[in-house]
Design a protein around this ligand. Sequence first.
Ligand code: SF4
Length: 721
Amino acid sequence: MSTTDIQVMKQAHKVLAEFTYEPGAVERGYAGRTLYVNLSDNTIASKPVTQQMKDVFVGGRGFGLRLLWDGISADTKWDDPENEIVISSGPLGGTIGYPGAGKSLVVSLSPLTGCVMDSNVGGYYGPLLKFAGWDAIEVQGKAERDVVVFVDGDNGRVTIEEAPEEAVDSHVLGEQMAEMFADDEKGKRAVSSVSAGAGADHALFGCLNFSWYDARRGRMRYKQAGRGGIGTVFRDKRIKALVVKFSGVKSGLNNPADPERLREVGRRVNEEMRRLDPIQNDMASVGTAHLVSIMNDYDLLPTHNFKYGAHPEAHKISAGVYRELYKPAGIPDGCWYGCTMACAKAIEGVTLRTGPYKGQVVGVDGPEYETIAGCGSNLGVFDARWVAELNFYCDTYGLDTISFGTAMAFVMECYEAGILDKEITGGLELNFRNVEAAAELLHQTARGEGFGLIFGQGIRRMKKIFAEEYGGDPQFLQDIGMESKGLEYSEYVTKESLAMQGGYGLTLKGPQHDEAWLIFMDQVNNQIPTFEDKAEALHYYPMWRTWFGLNGLCKIIWNDVTPEDNALTDEPAKIPQHVENFRQFYNAVTGQELTKEEIIVQSERMYNFQRVFNIRMGHGLRSNDAIPYRSAGPVTVEEYESRAERYDKQLRDVVGFDPKGKSTEEKMAALRAYREDQYEQLADTVYKRRGWTPEGVPTLEKLRELGIDFPEVVEVVEPYL
Ligand code: SF4
């Protein structure tokens, strides 16, 4: 990319609106104002952050929820101009002395689910935005033509600029934004952009790429706000990029109330990380790829559309292979300054085999575990290099690798079951293992062509189309289509873990593992045997994990390294020492003195507020928490028979049904009746523990107890009580 190219692009910009402001300083984690941008009428405005905003909504995802609630009505749809994209870091976001403190939280109405979506992402945008003077950016309206919104934190200026010449795909656009807005090569670290890609123009599972400049690799890197189609909303608003510039990042910019306390807890955490990560999960070398073999060993690695949990070829996509591919080796790969966990691995020097960039040599950010499982084992693909190819194109097209992988696995099973054929797919033979056909379908999706247009609708809509237009059995499609609330499953097999079925189904946004990841506690370690135990876990863990999103933090720091004596504590699964570290961190920055119980209450407030928000949008009730049967048990005869010993034993020992002499179909029916009933009983117990009615509605008592019984909140729940 030449300087002339960038100048030509820049000259083609037309400034539609300009707003100037005093940059200001951050106090105790807050900039004290949020930035409002309307792309329909080119308004740019500043909104104050009130004490109530901080006390009740904390920051990050909480700010996103409050601003979105106020910005839309109960009738707003994802593609209405009123829908917003809110990005916020949170009061602890941008801290350098504590690892994993550079996350941005994105909130919007989802095209896939129709309800509220939140996504937690690395990269520099959120923290730089705060240091540029804004706790959040709230983008509403739709532009007529493609625009870039530029926040210049160095000079106190915000502009909306028409940007006709820039690329759409992220790996090109991110570089263009850095070239255009950075003062020089070194200054690229001061610039971060948010972008999507051509895929987000046509598919409902568009994602966002958040960039940062990696000086060691000499290129822009990207982390994805993947889930729920926020990239689709972004492109529907005709945004090419949101760009922020802030020079002079250094420690202390959050102006913590007690810098010494912060230094002390940060030093402890970093020291432990450096000492224990290499002998525990070795995240700094292989990132989350280490999970592949663990999941495979415990029959949890999704294979062939979640039919099975293990495969003899899994070693070909496991940590040993990626350790060789992640290059250059030994580079600290933090997605924000000072992350000693440094798990954001990348593969350099990949020559692309397909698509519009075929033959080009690129860097691939990842793949992480979810992408390896989604674009690998779940498709029957056990070739690390092809997984990297799908990873690259999903990212640059602005498509979520998890939704892409799970939707592709669904399509492949439909193809093998005879619901789809070559006539429908335009000649693509979409059998499991056929990664070239999968790649071609991905390119079609990005071009908005052929079967790619149907594929881009996601599983929930495909189920309807396949039943109505191609004669598929609706019940079979329902059973094997791995979505709940309209969101595709992330990549764990949950058949043998009732708690994890709840961890995917009894959620706010849909089946994403960031609310509650209970498989090991439940299935492997049998630590939560009763309904009450599982319900307690399905209360505590979503609340604890929500807290990271309120504060701009990465949850990996909490549990991927554990203290040597963790097993001796009262509640090892909660990792009490790390909870205490986070409490110290929060109190040191904000100057409050919250207990660990009060921290959970902060999250519980937001969790219940978001549940009510979903109800307001026509979702968020018990019926919306249903899960497909494949996540609870075997759907097909081959699936049952592959683990017949396990299922027969359970029928005999637990269900009270003698499998002897029974057909596989009879046994499957008995097992299904039992497991479906278990899920309903779990829902009853969890709702009760959360203070909700049997229909899953927060009670007035619960809302009062949490201090969120605002008139507009009570008005939503009252008809259901
Ligand atoms: S642990 Fe990994 S994902 Fe989390 S902040 Fe650090 S580098 Fe980013």
